[in-house]
Ligand binder design. Structure first.
Ligand SMILES: [Zn+2]
Length: 337
C-alpha cells in the first residue's frame, strides 16, 4: 500500500524542481549526494572467536556481543578467506577486501608471523594493493590501528602515509584503554582494533574449553568499553558505526585447517550509525547466500558475508568509493540497513 504521505512527497519534489530554474546553480533534490551514513567507523576483530562461543555463553555472559547483534545487523555464519584460516592473511583481507591468492589478484600475505620480508603487502602480492586506509586518507581523513600482535606492523609498513597511528600492545585491556582515549581525543574516520584474548587462551587451553569461554566473556567486556566510548562521547555518538568480525574460529587444539567449519565460520556484526536495528544480514541481503555449513568458494554466484567485507563496508558507510582492485563487497552492495 502506498504511504499516505506519498502524494505530498511527490508534490514537494515537483515544487522543488520548479524552484530550481533551468541552468541555475541552485541545487536540486535529485543532484544532492546522500549524506554518508557515518562519520566514523570502528572495526573490531576478535582473534579466534568461534561464533558458537557467543551462543554458548548466552546473553548473561556475552551481553555486549548479543546486544550488538540484537540492536544491529549481523550473522554468526560469515566466512573467512577460503585459502587459509590464520591471523595475518585474514586481517590483510579485512583491510584490503582481497582474497589471499596473489595469482588471482589476492593480497599475497600467506605468512602468519612478524617477519619483515616481504616488507609490504604489495611486495607479497607482486602488484599494487590498496586498502581501506588509503581510501580514507585520499579523502583527507585519518586512520589508526590498535593491535595485540606485533605482526600487524605490516599495515603501517605497507601504507605508511595512510596509517596515521599504530599501537601494538599484547595486553588487551591496556590496548582498549589506549584505543578509547584515541577515539575520544582524535578525529579518526577509521579505527581498527584487534584483540587477541580468545586466540591466546584457545591455544593454551583448547578452543571452546572452559578457559576459552571465560576469555570470550572477558573480551566481550572489553568490546563493551569500546562501545561505551562510541555511545557516550559527544563527537562519536550517533555518527559512529561499529563493525565486528573475526579472522578465524577454532575448536580443540587449533584453527589452521581451512577445511573445517570450526575454522572458517566467523561472526560479522554491524551496529550504530547507518545500521538497521535488529536485522539478519542474510535477510537484508538476498544477493548474498547463507552458506549453511559449507566451505564456500570465491566462484559461488551468491557469496557469503565474509570477514573480508570489512574494508568496503566501512568506506561505504563513510560515503567513500570501494578499494580499487578489491574483490569482497567491491560493489559495496552489502546492506546493513
Ligand atoms: Zn591462532
Amino acid at each position: 500500500m502506498p504511504s499516505p504521505l506519498a502524494p505530498l512527497a511527490a508534490a514537494l519534489t515537483v515544487a522543488l524542481g520548479l524552484l530550481a530554474a533551468p541552468g541555475s546553480d541552485a541545487p536540486t533534490v535529485e543532484r544532492r549526494a546522500p549524506a554518508p551514513a557515518a562519520r566514523h567507523v570502528v572495526a573490531i576483530s576478535l582473534d579466534g572467536l568461534n561464533p558458537h562461543a557467543v551462543r554458548r555463553l548466552g546473553r548473561s555472559r556475552a551481553p555486549v556481543l548479543h546486544r550488538l547483534r540484537g540492536r544491529g545487523a549481523g550473522t554468526l555464519n560469515a566466512r573467512t578467506e577460503r585459502e587459509q584460516t590464520v591471523t595475518l592473511p585474514n586481517h590483510t583481507g579485512m583491510v584490503t577486501g582481497r582474497r589471499i591468492d596473489a595469482h588471482h589478484r589476492g593480497h599475497g600475505v600467506t605468512w602468519n608471523d612478524a617477519r619483515l620480508r616481504p616488507r609490504t603487502v604489495e611486495a607479497a602480492a607482486g602488484h599494487p594493493v590498496r586498502s581501506v586506509f588509503t581510501v580514507v586518507h585520499a579523502a583527507g581523513r585519518r586512520t589508526a590501528v590498535f593491535a595485540a600482535k606485533q605482526k600487524f606492523t605490516l599495515f603501517e609498513r605497507s601504507w605508511p602515509n595512510a596509517v596515521d597511528r599504530t599501537v601494538i600492545r599484547p595486553d588487551n585491556a591496556q590496548l582498549v584503554r589506549m584505543a578509547r582515549r584515541d577515539l575520544a581525543r582524535r578525529e579518526r574516520a577509521f579505527t581498527f582494533v584487534h584483540l587477541s584474548l580468545p586466540d591466546i587462551v584457545g591455544h593454551e587451553s583448547g578452543f571452546m574449553s572452559r578457559a576459552y569461554l571465560d576469555a570470550v566473556a572477558r573480551v566481550d567486556r572489553l568490546v563493551g568499553r569500546l562501545v561505551a566510548t562510541v555511545r557516550d562521547d559527544r563527537g562519536l555518538r550517533g555518527s559512529t558505526a561499529v563493525v565486528l568480525t573475526s579472522d578465524h574460529g577454532g575448536l580443540g587444539d587449533g584453527h589452521s585447517d581451512p577445511t573445517r567449519a570450526s575454522s572458517y565460520r566467523v561472526p560479522f556484526l554491524a551496529w550504530g550509525a547507518g545500521v538497521a536495528h535488529g536485522a539478519g544480514l542474510y535477510r537484508l541481503n538476498r544477493d548474498y547466500a547463507d552458506p549453511g555449513r559449507r566451505r564456500t568458494t570465491y566462484g559461488d554466484a551468491r557469496q557469503p558475508v565474509r570477514n573480508g567485507d570489512v574494508a568496503n563496508l566501512a568506506i561505504d558507510l563513510l560515503g567513500l568509493p570501494a578499494v580499487r582492485g578489491s574483490e569482497h563487497d567491491s560493489a559495496q552492495d552489502l546492506d546493513v540497513r
